[in-house]
Design a protein around this ligand. Structure first.
Ligand SMILES: C[S@@+](CC[C@H](N)C(=O)[O-])C[C@H]1O[C@@H](n2cnc3c(N)ncnc32)[C@H](O)[C@@H]1O
Length: 246
């Protein structure tokens, strides 16, 4: 089921038509959907760059560009999660709405994406939010981000990666977290045996639980329906052990 942007002012029939057209256009050039394409561009970087370039400043052209923070993040943040003054990192920030929401709850936010156009777009949209938007690759992040953040958040980046990259991605996420700090992951969920026709590739429970092998402890693993779409998601909170090392 396509995810409906929750932003009532923007999500009209014309937005939906442009979004559908963009999805078709982008699926047709996605290397993960072409024979041998995944080998040529394992991180799908060229495809992500094409997404933002072809969108031509229209969020409808970015399949996840819903112009609002993810409802499962908003709902989590609304329960007084003590982010005020915390250093936070938003991974694969896209158009920046999740990063801006973290900043809205008082966190000092750094947000990154490996597509420079996404970073510029997010920076332009949220110039007044105090978020530091940076172009960086999850698999080659700045060395001084190692164990530098009280709170690390990612929505929909793990599920956008081919399964071969998941172990390295989990380790990279864990490495950003300070000892005693937290990592929040939000992704679509599937049963282990469920066939998937990705990307995106919804995660199985064990894909998420494996984050605990990177020196973190699962604090909460929720199997929840996204409020706007009733699509099944994981919302998983981890805490880094003291002395786990990065
Ligand atoms: C599915 S989108 C989700 C964007 C955003 N988190 C959201 O929920 O709206 C995944 C984002 O991760 C970025 N991304 C994918 N692989 C990345 C990597 N290796 N390093 C940094 N960003 C990456 C993509 O460019 C894209 O913007």
């Amino acid at each position: 089921m396509p995810e409906k942007p929750p932003h009532p002012d923007v999500f009209d029939e014309d937005f939906a038509r442009r979004r559908d057209a963009a999805r078709k256009r982008l699926d047709a050039i996605d290397p993960a959907r072409q024979h041998g394409g995944a080998l040529a561009d394992p991180k799908r970087r060229e495809w992500f760059e094409a997404v933002y370039a072809l969108a031509d400043d229209d969020a409808a052209g970015v399949p996840w560009g819903n112009l609002a923070a993810h409802p499962l993040l908003q709902d989590w943040l609304a329960r007084d999660r003590g982010l005020s003054g915390a250093s936070a990192l938003d991974v694969g920030c896209g158009l920046g709405d999740n990063a801006a929401a973290l900043a809205g709850w008082g966190a000092k936010v750094t947000a990154f994406d490996f597509v420079p156009r996404a970073v510029e777009w997010a920076r332009c949209r949220f110039a007044d939010k105090g978020v530091t938007f940076v172009a960086a690759d999850l698999f080659a992040a700045p060395a001084d981000w190692r164990e530098a953040f009280d709170f690390v958040h990612e929505t929909y980046t793990l599920q956008a990666l081919p399964s071969e990259l998941l172990p390295a991605a989990r380790q990279a996420l864990a490495d950003f977290v300070k000892p005693g700090g937290r990592l929040l992951v939000i992704s679509r969920a599937r049963d282990e045996a469920q066939k998937i026709d990705g990307p995106p590739w919804p995660l199985a429970r064990r894909d998420v639980e494996a984050i605990a092998n990177c020196g973190l402890v699962v604090e909460q693993l929720e199997d929840v329906l996204a409020p706007s779409t009733a699509v099944r998601h994981w919302r998983a909170l981890f805490r880094k052990r003291h002395g786990a090392g990065a």
